[in-house]
Design a protein around this ligand. Structure first.
Ligand code: GRF
Length: 194
């Protein structure tokens, strides 16, 4: 069995994408091994999910740091200490600076609930519906200094259905996210890390 890539996960809340990745990683053929789940919010529900699966957790509360850079230094330090070689953002709600991104260049992944480059940013599903789109989906991409704009690694498409609300569309997209993110990590690691 080839060695698995140590994987850090960054969350801010519910952590359902993180959970999907931890479930996938329970299969020993999954090429990445979750070594740490970090939340910037102490009350993130995902922390308990990770702990229940035996994955170490850490909280780096952004409010406790005087600057974005100081917060990111602390985040970087816990990730380095964990041995992570690859980092997956999974509902992580802080924008990362170019400085942090540069330290992890090519090793920082994110999932966004739209078919990027369409609908970056927040309130995605409401904006998809307001625009009258016939389909939406999810995108896994490399993180760069520009929000939701890094190179696209994988996408999953779902239909927008008559009568959809932001909530019903979000739920359909989320199911697709849970399949897409683990598969995208698998394919990304298979191509080799930079
Ligand atoms: C997901 O829709 C993800 O694409 C977006 O935030 C949501 C996080 O959900 N970035 P969860 O915390 O993974 O359940």
């Amino acid at each position: 069995m080839p060695e698995r890539v140590p994987l850090g996960l960054l969350i801010s809340g519910r952590g359902s994408n993180m959970e999907a990745i931890l479930k996938a990683a329970a299969d020993p053929t999954f090429p990445a091994e979750p070594v740490l789940v970090v939340s910037n919010r102490p009350d993130a529900a995902g922390l308990a999910i990770a702990a229940a699966r035996g994955v170490p957790t850490a909280v780096v509360p952004h409010r406790a740091y005087p600057t974005r850079e100081a917060f990111e230094d602390a985040l970087d330090a816990v990730l380095r200490a964990s041995g992570a070689q690859l980092v997956a953002l999974a509902g992580f709600m802080r924008v990362l600076t170019e400085g942090f991104v540069a330290r992890w260049r090519g090793r920082l992944l994110n999932i966004h609930p739209s078919l990027l480059p369409k609908f970056p940013g927040l309130d995605t599903h409401a904006r998809v519906l307001a625009a009258g789109e016939e389909e939406s989906g999810a995108t896994v991409h490399l993180v760069t200094g520009a929000l939701d704009a890094g190179p696209i690694l994988a996408q999953a498409r779902v239909p927008v259905l008559a009568g959809d609300t932001p909530g019903t569309l979000a739920a359909r997209v989320l199911e697709a996210e849970h399949r897409l993110y683990p598969e995208a990590i698998r394919a990304f690691v298979a191509r080799g890390l930079p």
